[in-house]
Design a protein around this ligand. Structure first.
Ligand code: 1MF
Length: 186
């Protein structure tokens, strides 16, 4: 994945637990990189090792870390130069989710090493939808819970998300039920 992802993990850990803790995590993960370059591709394995090591050092489950990271990613990318792109991708939670593949397509034009997941919305009702998540990658599903929650915060919308279909149980792709309610008139 692009270094932006590892940089975001670094930023999240450093802001919440400090630089020393991050150094311990990197050491435990056997990742010997001082500065991640946003535009460089790094092995997915490195990201997984960092999450695993963070889990041991912080005493949190990898799932909790991935979920927190998903939430963090939404605000992080908004701050790190992708705010306009995020703002242009929709004015409401369902609109944003429906346009996610377009967003990744735009990023992919400039950064061909991007391996974007694919999201599809079906069964769209006034306050609910089914979110289908397709990815070539494994093990990132917990992050989806956080990403959708982060979008809830971005759009001042209450969200409730449950997984209704799981690749780990043999399903072809992961599927979520997202129930949402905007706090202000939208
Ligand atoms: O392949 C990749 O490197 C990659 C990296 C990040 C693919 C996707 C993403 C974003 N995605 C992370 C979870 C991936 C799960 C999977 O692969 O199965 C989160 C997608 C997402 C979901 C909900 C709401 C917002 C989301 O993301 C918005 C977004 C997506 C991509 C970028 C920024 C915001 C992005 C921008 C530049 C990138 C990489 C990703 O690379 C750079 C960075 C700086 C300079 C040059 C290239």
């Amino acid at each position: 994945m692009y270094g932006l992802v590892n940089k975001a993990i670094q930023d999240m850990v450093c802001s919440r637990f400090g630089e020393e803790t991050w150094k311990e995590i990197k050491h435990k993960a056997e990742v010997d990189i001082d500065v991640f370059l946003s535009m460089e591709g790094y092995p997915d394995d490195m990201t997984h090792k960092l999450v695993k090591a963070a889990s041991v050092i912080l005493g949190l489950s990898p799932k909790d870390i991935m979920q927190a990271f998903g939430e963090f990613w939404v605000q992080y990318t908004a701050q790190e130069g992708y705010g306009e792109m995020m703002d242009m991708n929709g004015d409401t939670l369902p609109e944003f989710l429906e346009n996610l593949d377009n967003l990744h397509a735009r990023v992919g034009v400039s950064f061909p090493k991007l391996q974007p997941p694919s999201f599809e919305c079906t069964d769209m009702e006034k306050n609910s939808l089914s979110l289908h998540y397709h990815s070539d990658r494994e093990g990132l599903t917990p992050m989806i819970f956080g990403l959708v929650k982060g979008l809830g915060t971005k759009f001042d919308t209450e969200v409730h998300i449950t997984q209704t279909q799981n690749r780990d149980d043999g399903a072809e792709h992961d599927e979520f039920l997202v129930i949402y309610k905007p706090n202000s008139a939208q």
